[in-house]
Design a binder for this molecule. Structure first.
Ligand SMILES: [Ca+2]
Ligand SMILES: [Ca+2]
Length: 316
């Protein structure tokens, strides 16, 4: 090969590496990993994307305080060959809505949460992780309550960063993808003060998602081996609620966080705000700083895309 060709090839290789490095989404996943099972489906999708090299999962953080959730979360990260993903939780009373699966997953599948000693306080974990990342590189995904987001925005300079919480987010975060819940309600109703602070004061664009009730997934998890925790999760749900498929709110926000608008979604601009009296308010408008996500394909097509990402086996 001519020297010139070698130089050109090396240059192209470098460009391709840059592009692939650049396109790896750095994600902090903030979840109420207890009362519903779409969180589990969403985490499975993230691990599948991580196996493909499309995602780095920087941390998995709980917005709830159910005792068994950190163990269950670690068990699933461990099953996927990522036992050391940091796990955070709010060290306060917080929201605890119980779980039909967390205790069973915690006690059946290996994890090393050991009396919860490995859990980091959520705000500290956010600050530790964000401060170590490139500017404008992190996608925050919340598929639960907004408790941690409010506390992060209100946080003061500390050993990790001389910046306030709001300054740190403005510097490091690219997007906040927030699943607000059916009717723009569920995820925000249990900690309304936090919802108000998080939504009104978040310093970078928010992409929020609402839809998902009619996007039903989960049935095909029952084709997986018994050693796969998601099979147990969906089975326990079916036993308790007599429902084989479950809505996919959290998977939709997670799919957008990784793939962007792609073939599946479109964004519309506007302004999202929150009042204690009226809850979340959306005003569509071209000059808004925020975005609302809409589906571009049918519920059935979206369900197929999502379920396919939920039933991949770990590469290990
Ligand atoms: Ca672990
Ligand atoms: Ca959730």
């Amino acid at each position: 090969m001519h020297l010139k060709n070698v130089i050109i090839s090396s240059f192209l290789l470098a460009v391709i590496c840059q592009i692939s490095l650049y396109s790896q989404e750095k994600i902090i996943f903030d979840t109420d990993f207890d009362s519903d099972i779409d969180d589990v489906g969403a985490l499975y999708m993230l691990h599948t994307f991580a196996d493909r090299g499309d995602v780095e999962i920087l941390a998995t953080i709980l917005s709830t305080t159910h005792f068994w959730s950190p163990f269950a979360l670690d068990a699933i990260n461990t099953f996927w060959g990522r036992p050391d993903i940091p796990i955070g939780a709010p060290f306060i009373e917080g929201v605890n809505k119980g779980s039909v699966y967390a205790e069973t997953i915690a006690k059946t599948f290996p994890n090393d949460m050991g009396e919860q000693k490995q859990i980091e306080e959520a705000t500290n974990l956010y600050r530790r992780i964000l401060s170590s990342q490139e500017d404008a590189s992190v996608t925050m995904v919340t598929v639960g309550h907004l408790t941690n987001i409010a506390k992060l925005l209100e946080s003061e300079p500390d050993e990790w960063s001389p910046l306030s919480g709001k300054e740190l987010v403005r510097k490091k975060v690219k997007w906040w993808v927030a699943m607000l819940g059916e009717g723009m309600n569920w995820n925000m109703r249990w900690d309304r003060d936090a919802s108000k602070t998080a939504i009104n004061e978040f310093p970078v664009p928010v992409v929020f998602t609402v839809d998902g009730q009619a996007v039903k997934t989960g049935r095909r998890t029952q084709e997986l081996p018994d050693t796969n925790p998601i099979k147990t999760v969906y089975k326990l749900w079916e036993n308790h609620y007599n429902e084989i498929d479950r809505s996919s709110w959290d998977q939709i926000s997670t799919l957008f966080a990784v793939e962007g608008e792609s073939d599946y979604f479109k964004l519309k601009r506007g302004t999202l705000s929150f009042t204690l009296e009226d809850g979340a308010i959306w005003e569509a408008g071209e000059n808004g700083q925020d975005y609302r996500l809409y589906n571009k394909i049918s519920n059935e097509e979206l369900a197929e895309v999502i379920e396919n990402l939920m039933i991949q086996e770990p590469k290990k």
